[in-house]
Design a protein around this ligand. Structure first.
Ligand SMILES: Nc1ncnc2c1ncn2[C@@H]1O[C@H](COP(=O)(O)OP(=O)(O)OP(=O)(O)O)[C@@H](O)[C@H]1O
Length: 628
């Protein structure tokens, strides 16, 4: 086999129930040809030539030993080998690549062969790893992670220009049991994922990659070989796609990737100057496995009947079916070539479609055997050409329809988004309008309160003035309630002056000084006034603290030392203390010096209780601070 060539072989699967047993497809393994009835003219037949052909009696073992086993040595030499299973749905791709418990296919046989080969070589220098992914609608998904976390994997180009799937899981395997466990879970996930994601396993390409890393002690070189085993999506005729745009898009993606694969294989086998790897994700990803020193094998699976099987789309193999029997995998001598027996007429269109995809022209003119000419030319090339043309036309029409519907959907989506945006703008405008309204109401209330405050203040001032005219100490004779009201009003106005957009420190200072005349002993106010004076003098900003709840409470507390402030409370306290004092005196326990000069420690606690010169108890005003 020369490098770059992709070997193409054909395998016809046996009839299965519900198919008519006919001779519409005939296989001639000796001369490597397949003869197919022209669906439009049953008396005519097309002939195709392959590197090898396998009839309905062929076994899994035969396919493996003849076609795949020779690749194993190349993998250990550090080469990349790829086996593709191609064909319409139900043509036997999965059977060939994967197989089942009784008839294990290429995948378990390759794993077994790798492990067997390792046993015969230096143990410590070889390791195997496995990755398994699915390409669905031109997107890659990891099959070795749970389906819930199997998101689209980014496909990137590394600095050397090689296409890689980022974050693809790669697991080491050292025994067949380990592989079987991983593979079984992956297949189960693929089948569940197929149902959940509404796509069938037969509508995606599954690529299992086994990497062999080896250190060759003789050459002192590390070798990395690979074998990709690919179960391609079914190459259905577009006519079966129906009217569902999703299915049409899916079908278009499959068609595109398979057409490009066909073109790549054809270009490689005719040593064309341009190989269209970049035209699909599948061929881009497998670029290093097609061409160059890589070795490719394409198994064209053929169904003997034209009518599609009544197969449920989402029927990936059940995991239980993937318990490969070790005995079945054991190497056995290859049986001799078998004879073919087909019978009964049928429509062979799927078989022809499969063969056409790889550049076959009736009579094997473009044989994939390195340009070898077929011995026999089929007279009905024209008919086949028209089938090909028809398929191409349908494919183009489907593509156009898909594009039209996607564009339509996009346009609808754009309109929907515009409407949403418009609604959002309207909502925002309404919110702004309501906020404005609310602000206007608050401003009105604020102005109203301000007016009331000013009015109260003016009235109080007048009253105060009247009192002052008659008596210099009139202010101190104000009722505590009135004094508190006035002080609060001045404080609020002062605060307003400080908090306005253009703070007026001098006005605020004047107002606070006014307030002080009503609460002369309020230390906090004194402190604030001093701070404000410093700020004015130094020309620095003055930051006013927020009024705390406690301060509000304090503002509401009785004004200190006012003649009538909380008289009842003071009186009852005085009486209680006098009673306690006289009792203590009676008992001879009273030490008046303790009361008059409390210890420094206790001073702060007891400072609000004093005894006047007449032995009377009075409350100090110091604790009743009004906060500003
Ligand atoms: N060589 C064969 N011998 C016996 N049975 C076969 C053979 N090839 C295929 N079959 C059977 O035919 C049926 C369809 O095969 P299979 O599922 O492998 O087709 P497929 O091409 O992979 O389909 P899909 O594209 O839907 O995945 C299965 O029941 C399978 O067991």
């Amino acid at each position: 086999m020369t490098a770059r060539e992709v070997k193409v072989v054909a395998r016809l699967r046996p009839f299965i129930s519900s198919e008519c047993n006919d001779d519409s497809v005939e296989v001639f393994p000796r001369d490597g040809t397949i003869s197919v009835v022209n669906p439009r003219s049953p008396s005519e037949r097309f002939k195709f030539t392959f590197a090898s052909c396998y009839d309905q009696t062929s076994t899994q073992e035969e396919i493996f030993l003849n076609e795949v086993q020779p690749l194993i040595d190349h993998v250990f030499e550090g080469l990349v080998c790829t086996v593709f299973a191609y064909g319409v749905t139900s043509s036997g791709k999965t059977h060939t690549i994967q197989g089942n418990a009784d008839q294990p296919g290429i995948i378990p046989r390759v794993v077994n062969a790798l492990l067997e080969t390792k046993k015969s070589m230096d143990q410590g220098t070889i390791s195997f790893s496995l990755s398994y992914m699915e390409i669905y609608r031109e997107e890659a998904y990891d099959l070795l992670v749970p389906r819930e976390t199997a998101f689209k994997l980014p496909i990137r180009e590394d600095p050397s220009g090689k296409i890689i799937v980022a974050n693809l899981t790669e697991k080491e395997i050292s025994s067949f049991q380990e592989f079987e466990k991983l593979f079984s879970i992956a297949c189960k996930g693929r089948s569940t994922g197929a149902t959940n994601l509404n796509h069938a396993s037969s509508r995606s390409h599954a690529i299992l990659c086994l990497t062999v890393s080896r250190f060759d002690p003789q050459t002192q070189k590390a070798l990395v070989g690979k074998i990709n085993l690919v179960d391609l999506a079914g190459s259905e005729n577009n006519k079966l796609t129906g009217n569902d745009p999703f299915r049409m898009a899916e079908s278009a993606a499959i068609n595109k990737s398979l057409t490009v694969l066909g073109q790549v294989v054809h270009a490689l086998n005719t040593t064309a100057s341009r190989i269209p790897y970049r035209d699909s994700k599948l061929t881009r990803l497998l670029q290093d496995a097609l061409g160059g020193s890589a070795i490719g094998l394409l198994i064209c699976n053929l169904a003997p009947d034209t009518r599609p099987l009544p197969k449920v789309h989402f029927s990936a193999h059940a995991p239980s079916a993937l318990r490969f029997k070790p005995a079945v995998l054991a190497f056995r001598p290859l049986p001799g070539p078998s004879r073919i027996s087909l019978g009964g007429p049928s429509n062979p269109a799927p078989a022809i479609a499969s063969l056409n995809a790889f550049g076959f022209n009736g009579g094997g003119r473009h044989s994939l055997r390195g340009g070898e000419e077929a011995s026999e030319l089929d007279a009905k090339v024209q008919v086949q050409q028209s089938v090909t043309d028809l398929d191409e036309k349908i494919s183009r029409a489907v593509q156009q329809e898909v594009e039209r519907r996607l564009a339509e959907r996009e346009a609808q989506e754009r309109v929907r988004l515009q409407e949403l945006e418009q609604r959002e703008l309207e909502r925002a405008a309404e919110r702004r309008r309501q906020e404005e309204e609310q602000r206007a109401i608050l401003m009105r209330k604020h102005d109203e309160l301000n007016r009331l405050l000013q009015k109260t203040l003016r009235k109080a001032e007048k009253e105060n003035q009247k009192l002052s005219d008659g008596d210099e100490d009139a202010r101190t004779t104000l009722s505590p309630k009135r004094a508190k009201k006035l002080a609060t009003a001045y404080l609020s106005l002062g605060r307003e002056c400080l908090q306005s957009n253009e703070p007026d420190y001098n006005a605020a200072l004047r107002l606070w000084q006014q307030a002080e005349t009503y609460i002369p002993e309020n230390k906090t106010l004194k402190k604030r006034i001093t701070e404000l004076e410093i700020a004015i003098r130094e020309g620095v900003p003055y930051k006013i603290s927020k009024r705390s709840k406690r301060s509000e409470r304090l503002v509401e507390s009785p004004v200190p030392n006012s003649p009538s402030g909380s008289r009842d409370h003071k009186e009852s306290r005085r009486l209680r203390l006098a009673a306690r004092l006289s009792k203590a005196k009676e008992r001879g326990e009273l030490d008046l010096s303790l009361i008059r000069t409390p210890s420094p420690k206790k001073q702060s606690k007891e400072r609000d209780v004093n005894v006047d010169s007449g032995g009377e108890m009075v409350l100090s005003s110091e604790s009743n601070l009004m906060e500003i």
